[in-house]
Design a protein around this ligand. Structure first.
Ligand SMILES: [Fe+2]
Length: 248
């Protein structure tokens, strides 16, 4: 019997680096709550199969008011929401507002959706722990088809002079050595850099999403605001195809 192969298409919205504060005060003169809502409610983010919040939900130091605001917004959505922490988050505080798995003091997990497997890592402390890399090495080979991975920090330099210099992933070589082992991992999705990039290592493409808080100029080694407009990423994942589009 012949079966017609169906090209399953998942539409995933990625919002990163929201940096919401404890209350409605502006953050560096930016209305970050409005920026987040502009991304969430944009035409491009309708009819999602999954929304991913890829870290730095809170502005500075895991402000509970930030998590409450975001939790109140996403509970209205019809699609599932996957969340990982960034370097300004705290998973113990986040766990009071979001249904996130915490094991060994970290938030890392696999989420299966419509027959596809999506992996999430916790790099909030600036590196990916050996526990998580060991877990990836045991879990990803169990999946027959292609997988994708989300983590807050890019596992590579991005030619962003400020972020590469001050805030790069500390153990990126160790992480890349592990990620390079998987034949069925070709796309990694990150945030953290407050600037959009597509960078390749081996045959893996790293898609770095812009922030909804603000964009940071990549061409100088000190902080310079590039834009206070929110940015986000939409990912369409079919059989052997991944399309991404960054929106502002
Ligand atoms: Fe950030």
């Amino acid at each position: 019997m012949n079966y017609k192969k169906v090209n399953i298409l998942l539409k995933i919205g990625q919002i990163s680096d929201i940096h919401i504060g404890e209350d409605e005060s502006l953050v560096q003169d930016i209305d970050v709550r409005k920026n987040f809502l502009d991304a969430l409610n944009s035409d491009s983010m309708q009819e999602l199969d999954l929304l991913v919040l890829s870290g730095d939900l809170a502005n500075e130091n895991a402000e509970p008011g930030a998590y409450k605001f975001i939790a109140d917004q996403i509970k209205l959505l019809k699609c599932p929401v996957c969340i990982i922490p960034g370097n300004h988050d705290d998973i113990d505080v986040m766990a009071k507002y979001f249904d996130i798995p915490v094991k060994n003091g970290k938030c890392y997990y696999r989420f299966d959706l419509q027959g596809k497997s999506i992996f999430f890592l916790d790099s909030a402390c600036g590196e990916v722990s050996r526990d998580q890399l060991d877990w990836l090495e045991s879990e990803i080979p169990k999946v027959d088809g292609e997988v994708i991975l989300f983590m807050h920090h890019p596992p590579c330099f991005c030619d962003h002079k400020f972020m590469d210099l001050h805030y790069h992933l500390k153990n990126m070589v160790e992480v890349r050595n592990v990620l390079s082992k998987f034949k069925n991992l070709k796309h990694v999705f990150c945030g953290h850099y407050h600037c959009e990039f597509e960078v390749m290592f081996k045959d893996i493409t790293v898609h770095v999403a812009p922030a909804t808080q603000m964009q940071i100029a990549p061409d100088r080694p000190y902080f310079k605001l590039k834009s206070d407009k929110p940015g986000w990423q939409v990912i369409k994942w079919g059989e052997n195809s991944v399309e991404t589009k960054v929106h502002f």
